[in-house]
Design a protein around this ligand. Structure first.
Ligand code: GCO
Length: 462
């Protein structure tokens, strides 16, 4: 018999409060499937997946976890896991399947039903408006290189906020704009598959503008929701002791963190980017981008080891100093503390959510379960770092694990499993892994603590 895994609730006590939530995340293209159902049209990812060689195992998001059909079963899993927050994203081309500006009610009502079902179970919906699946018809008109896409995004944000009304607790405008810029427009390993430095600069500004414009639209229509954006990244380390690697690491830090955090949190672009971005800027843009956020989501998986790559683009290489996940990413929980320190050193940071963190490992379905101690330990170690930070006064309001289901992991296809729940992609059978059971127990412990009289709780936290 394998020993069951359990989080050390005692050491995680500082997280067992009303001011901290435990949740789990997914994204539309990675789980929904049903890419032509209910009026949905192609996103850039549908197009990208069709091109041979783009996806490691030739899979696509066409079926993925078929969450579009299985959503009620998936809500039941969330209930079983006992999470307080479910972070999911909306497929823009389900809501606006074409450029007519007419909302596809069938698309929007899928998410309304989902949000209402979550609420009825006491789970707070955190809705991401854009998790990379830009409608293809917008890409055909230049996508994020075109300023008009930012305006279309604000209209889409307004339509979602109007349609979902007060059933959503948190809105996130955009997930990981750096990935869209770097992987989608510079290295071409993600949709739309461009390798164009100029396109990347234009996309940076237009994504940020889209965020700012959407914040205005959301504020007006969802005044009681908390609004923010999700950025990502880790601390950047030089791969070797060479000066060139040190410079590449500092360039990456600037590109990944400051190019996005500085305009949002301080209303200016970093000096080293100002002349490049100037062509795309219009008066008032920076004020729009710097609209106050109620929170900042930060996605953290690993640190970056960096050396100079082609055409001056910093290249992230696989490290050898720490154990690796299946993605080839070092397990380095300290990097979370480091990256949050960088942010706090430079900016006036709003309340933070660790909005994604998790790991892919090679899982084996063993009868009725999956023994995944590595994933469990990964999560536990990161929760421990968060606990230490909270204790030392950092305003972190939640931990949202990536991810509910094994799913379509972008260019890696269905070959990399990040889920707390195992998915058989042939039968769509879901099986909660050991890590998921441990997370469920942690959430149950938290619920018990929260239900106990307040005096007792305060006592326990000491
Ligand atoms: C990401 C995305 C997720 C990924 C996860 C693992 O933020 O990169 O939000 O969609 O699946 O990070 O790579």
């Amino acid at each position: 018999m394998k020993q069951s895994l359990s989080f050390d609730t005692d050491t995680l006590k500082p997280l067992m409060t009303d001011d901290f939530v435990l949740g789990i995340a997914t994204s539309s293209y990675q789980i929904e499937g049903a890419t032509t159902a209910g009026g949905r049209t192609d996103s850039v990812w549908d197009t990208f997946c069709r091109k041979p060689g783009n996806i490691a195992d030739q899979s696509t998001g066409e079926v993925a976890c078929d969450h579009y059909q299985h959503w009620q079963e998936d809500v039941a899993l969330l209930v079983e896991l006992g999470v307080e927050v479910y972070r999911f994203s909306i497929s823009w081309s389900r809501v606006f399947p074409d450029d007519s500006g007419v909302v596809n009610e069938e698309g929007l009502s899928f998410y309304r039903r989902l949000a209402e079902a979550l609420r009825s179970h006491g789970i707070r919906p955190m809705v991401t408006l854009h998790h990379w699946d830009l409608p293809q018809y917008l890409q055909d008109r230049g996508g994020w290189q075109n300023r008009d896409t930012a305006l279309r995004f604000a209209e889409y944000a307004a339509a979602v906020a109007t349609g979902l009304g007060s059933s959503v607790d948190f809105y996130t405008t955009i997930n990981e704009p750096w990935c869209i810029v770097h992987l989608g427009h510079r290295t071409g390993v993600h949709a739309p598959g461009l390798r164009d430095q100029g396109a990347a600069v234009a996309a940076t500004h237009h994504l940020l503008l889209a965020h700012g414009l959407a914040m205005q639209a959301l504020r007006e229509r969802a005044p009681s929701a908390e609004l923010g954006i999700v950025l990502n990244g880790g601390p950047s380390y030089p791969y070797s002791e060479s000066n060139a690697d040190a410079e590449a690491a500092s360039i990456l830090e600037s590109e990944q963190i400051h190019r996005f955090a500085a305009p949002i949190l301080s209303g200016h672009y970093p000096q080293d980017f100002q002349s490049q971005v100037a062509t795309y800027m219009r008066p008032g843009d920076l004020e729009t981008i710097a609209a106050p956020c109620d929170y900042l989501g930060w996605n953290y998986y690993t640190r970056n080891l960096v050396k100079p790559g082609e055409n001056g683009v910093p290249e992230i290489v696989t490290g050898q100093d720490y154990p690796l996940t299946e993605m080839g990413w070092e397990v380095y929980p300290e990097g979370l503390r480091e990256v949050i320190s960088i942010l706090r050193e430079h900016y006036d940071v709003p309340p933070l959510y660790v909005s994604e963190n998790g790991a892919a490992f090679e899982d084996q379905l063993d009868g009725e379960t999956v023994h995944d101690p590595d994933r469990f330990h990964y999560i536990q170690r990161h929760l421990q770092v968060i606990t230490d930070m909270v204790q030392s006064g950092v305003d972190i309001r939640g931990y949202i694990c990536w991810t509910l289901l094994d799913n379509f992991e972008w260019a890696e296809g269905c070959s990399k499993r990040f889920g707390l729940v195992h998915v058989d992609f042939d039968t769509q059978e879901r099986v909660i892994k050991d890590s998921g059971k441990a997370y469920a127990n942690l959430n149950a412990d938290k619920a018990r603590i929260m239900a106990s009289p307040r005096e007792k709780r305060i006592d326990c936290a000491r």
